[in-house]
Design a binder for this molecule. Sequence first.
Ligand code: ADP
Ligand code: MG
Length: 259
Amino acid sequence: MESVFGVDKLTTPLNEREDIIKVKKLNKWYGDHHVLKDVDLTVKQGEVIVILGPSGSGKSTFIRTINALEEFQKGEIVVDNIALTDDLKNIEEIRKETGMVFQSFNLFPHMTILKNISLAPIWVRKWKKAKAEQIAKELLERVGIPEQANKYPGQLSGGQQQRVAIARALAMQPKIMLFDEPTSALDPEMVKEVLDVMKTLAESGMTMLVVTHEMGFARQVADRIILFDKGEIVEMGKPEEIFDNPKHERTKAFLSQIL
Ligand code: ADP
Ligand code: MG
């Protein structure tokens, strides 16, 4: 079934699906600062993982490493059967398959919304302008702001800009979407409109890794929650396990601060 966002929604139970991300014994240092310590994670197609953890625990570094925005020194990362090595061709392939949304929307200020969304597909996917713009318009429709196509980022609210950033990432037809605190820079009244788009995207079958402090979203949308602390995964489980019955002291401490 073709979903609204162009991914196939699978009806197979999660545990019978293919692994789309495999991370094994991942280690990363910044100089002599050990920021990722033997991180292991396997993600199934269509799975939604929420990453929680205190500031500085390595959450951003972890998802940026999956997208090859950061190098790593030890371990293994395989994304959709492509091994992340020094091979530039593989890095390029993995970047094409993973869309990323940041806390700061990073739109190009001097380009219209339509151009912001259609630029990468034209250059990287080699689509004709008409096709890229058609898909950009459809995506704007799906994130709820079709009327903003010809405006510039500065004319939009933060929530609208972040929805454009999501549409822009989706225009590349990624198989995986990585979100790094996508609502942290927004005024409170705009958080929901962005989370609603992410929820629809999750329901459409997209594989997602989401770093967020939005506990409602985590509980409602995540298939699995990971708790990061000091560069390690300290606990991993279903939302109800993590929230209602956390096992690790560090998870309890984190949740007691945030809830
Ligand atoms: P989080 O996203 O969980 O807040 P980060 O992944 O941003 O954590 O950071 C993990 C650790 O790595 C922190 O101690 C941070 O100071 C350090 N760090 C992050 N980016 C860099 C960098 N570019 N150079 C050096 N240290 C960094
Ligand atoms: Mg971060």
